[in-house]
Design a protein around this ligand. Sequence first.
Ligand SMILES: Cc1cc2nc3c(=O)[nH]c(=O)nc-3n(C[C@H](O)[C@H](O)[C@H](O)COP(=O)(O)O)c2cc1C
Length: 388
Amino acid sequence: MANNKPLKKVDLIFSEAFLNRDELKEVLSRSADEVIQELLDSGLRGRGGAGFPTGLKWKFTRDQKDPEKYVVCNADEGEPGTFKDREILDRVGRKVFNGMALCARTIGAKEGYLYLRGEYRFLLPKLYQILDEFHEDMKALGMDFHIDIKLGSGAYVCGEESALFESMQGDRGEPRNKPPYPTEYGFRGKPTVINNVETFVSALIINRIGAEKYQKLGTVDSRGSKLFSISGDTPIPGIYELELGMTVEQFVNEFGDGDTKAVQVGGAAGFCVPRKKFTDTIIGFEGVPTGGSMMLFNSSRSMYNVLHNYLDFFKEESCGQCTPCRVGCQQLFLGIEAVKRGEKPASYLETLLKLSQTMKITAKCGLGQSVGNSFHSIVNNFREEMIY
Ligand SMILES: Cc1cc2nc3c(=O)[nH]c(=O)nc-3n(C[C@H](O)[C@H](O)[C@H](O)COP(=O)(O)O)c2cc1C
């Protein structure tokens, strides 16, 4: 049995607390050192997928000498199966802006941006209304910080932080070489904190309830709770806030339909966990990490079709800038089709597995680097479904 925590529902993100001016005033009275220490103690890791420690990100940016700094909220939410950030912005948008203000005060930024997925433009009237109140409060609290909204245009790769900056600058949305990282060279080439929508809310909550309380939730590698977008073959799809550290089995017992054969954790860029590994796999950084996407598949589903669908997505969304990703996505897609039709032998899957491994090492950004996650875990665990 894995060293897990039981499945527990939590209500921090959507709770009514931390929405008003007084509470914002209270949290803004903390020093930058206090805020950063609280985040470091809490163990909070970014909720956008990669899981970088939030306290370190804020500290590195705060430590930069350049007086021009930015706070950017990544609300591009393009990962297949993820729909939690939309709900946060819709229900508690003010908490996101308050979290951004806390970050701005901590690092010394005067401008912030919300990069909003183009398909979420229906949220704009509501968000602008909340921003009007927020800016009033900023004035009343004597804080010089302004937030604007920039809309994405439907490219998955623009959720990658450096491509997002390029897009915000009006340039072609292509990832940059890293390093330098955004803490040093971000929006307009200036030190920038870029965090996921949920991360800003969690950072705010931690600085209100305290790291000690927060880090009682979760495990050593995965502290706290987070939102999960649950879809697929489940009788109760939706968004749930859960304590981190449960096993896939515990998750399936709660959300499955009694016939779950696989769970795709972390979206198309994540990992597929087959039934035989449910018991020993922890949902979190020590097992399978996730930005929140959880797709359940029952025995009526073809895992070949699932993989085919993901690869179709990746080959469309690859920005084409680097060869491993541009050519690799195409070849994986064509390759599994050829094996399935019997035009290539089953052993050709080994060549494709090697190719996806090469992409992991050589692709320029996380898009090409992560294609191998679902490719490996689906091909290795459902090989019989891949062949002719
Ligand atoms: C192809 C690609 C798409 C991404 N899309 C998103 C996204 O929609 N939202 C997000 O928060 N992070 C996304 N990321 C991760 C970001 O690059 C970045 O790590 C994240 O915004 C940092 O925030 P965090 O530290 O709060 O997780 C994506 C990464 C890649 C490679």
